[in-house]
Design a protein around this ligand. Structure first.
Ligand SMILES: *Cc1c(COP(=O)(O)O)cnc(C)c1O
Length: 399
């Protein structure tokens, strides 16, 4: 049988290994110079000032920091699409605030302005959207709605590392944005994330919340040091006990390290090449699947929008999605669906009815898309999807 085609796959190689070796040889593997460099490089990539960006050990951690920085808590409501990653709702619920789920557009799986507006109340303190599959949502319009209503906007840009609207990076439209570099994303540091905070005071507080809420009383404490040498130099200059600290929030430890940041720097330099291959794959699916009866493709990107092509999805008529997924799996093509609807997760206590999201969750299937797919892989996916869809629509299994 042919090899199994993965839905997602990282591209880590010799250059990343060499960068890791360099960090090992420096004798400083903790958070230091490489992490500072990675933050600066990512800020440049976003087009924001470096002080607004903090590296974290995951995107999920960054959502917990964001909710803490905004001081959300009991009595507050935070609106988010039901098609969201579980970390978003957990970050809200963990602080005693209430996640309020909204519906999404059935074709893009992103919420519209009207979807969000429909569930706003006087208790709504924030809206947390994501960019489904790396495709920008109506982020400029949603940001405007939030500004008008005096509500914070948080963008889970985990999948939108290269997504822009009229040249502006997704994740920088609202008050805060976060990105993921976990094993399955486009830029991979194995595990890792980044947090953008617009407000300068909150941005200065972010690194403290990211590290146990510690505030050093004197410069040179270990948590603030960029390297052993700079820690030593700062400690030398200080007149007080450099090991003393205060605690400004009862926070966890959400910081990353120089080994992972060194990988991130190499990956970021390869991002354009990754996106351009992903775009080719998406365009090949667009062309190869356009005429399949019973199959709907994602609508074309609106003018001025760019995507990270993190996911490519198709939608089936006739309730055949699960059958086609199983047929494809048996034929070596791995597909999946993200994200199971959060309003259906009992723990969040929602009784919402969200018909367009519920329909999309029944008919949407994510096809393999990553930069390591060969042209032969892409052709095989197209051939198999065509065959399995036609067979199941006709009430048969593929031969
Ligand atoms: C992967 C993902 C996250 C979480 O990222 P981690 O870095 O693994 O914590 C958050 N939101 C979305 C939309 C994701 O896909």
């Amino acid at each position: 049988m042919n090899h199994v085609i993965n839905v997602v796959q990282p591209s880590l190689g010799e250059r990343e290994l060499a960068a890791v070796r360099e960090v090992f040889e420096s004798n400083w593997v903790g958070r230091g110079a490489r992490t500072a460099e990675f933050e600066a490089a990512f800020a440049r990539h976003l087009g924001v000032a470096r002080e607004h960006v903090t590296a974290t050990n995951s995107c999920s951690s960054a959502t917990f920091i964001a909710v803490e920085l905004l001081g959300l808590g009991p009595g507050d409501e935070v609106v988010l699409p039901t098609v969201s990653f579980v970390a978003a709702a957990n970050a809200i619920a963990a602080r005693g605030a209430r996640p309020v789920f909204c519906d999404v557009d059935e074709a893009t799986l992103n919420p519209t302005v009207a979807d969000i507006e429909a569930v706003l109340t006087e208790r709504t303190k924030a809206v947390m959207i994501l960019h489904y599959g790396g495709r920008p949502g109506a982020v400029a319009e949603i940001a405007e709605l939030c500004r008008d209503r005096g509500i914070h906007l948080i963008e889970d840009a985990a999948l939108a590392v290269a997504s822009t609207v009229h040249g502006r990076a997704c994740g920088t439209f609202g008050d805060m944005g976060m990105w993921s570099f976990d094993h399955a994303k486009v830029v991979v540091t194995v595990d890792g994330g980044m947090l953008y905070v617009r407000d300068p005071e909150l941005a200065a507080r972010a690194p403290k919340v990211a590290y146990l809420g510690l505030e050093q009383r004197a410069p040179g404490g270990s948590s603030g040091a960029a390297s052993f040498r700079s820690g030593y130099d700062q400690a030398l200059r200080s007149r007080t006990r450099w090991w003393d600290y205060d605690v400004v929030s009862f926070s966890g430890r959400f910081t990353t390290n120089d080994v992972l940041s060194a990988i991130g720097l190499v990956q970021l330099s390869r991002l354009e090449e990754f996106i351009s291959r992903r775009r080719e794959v998406a365009q090949a699916y667009d062309a190869g699947l356009a005429d399949v009866a019973g199959l709907r493709l994602p609508p074309p990107l609106p003018a001025g929008h760019t995507s990270s092509y993190f996911m490519y999805w198709v939608q089936f008529d006739g309730g055949i999605r699960d059958q086609v997924a199983r047929d494809l799996f048996e034929r070596g093509v791995y597909t999946t669906f993200r994200y199971p609807l959060l309003h259906r997760v009992k723990a969040y206590g929602s009784d919402a009815v969200l018909p367009r999201a519920e329909a999309a969750a029944e008919n949407t299937l994510l096809l393999p898309i990553h930069q390591s797919l060969s042209d032969a892989d892409v052709d095989r996916v197209i051939t198999e999807v065509r065959a399995c869809t036609a067979a199941r629509l006709g009430g048969r299994r593929v031969a």
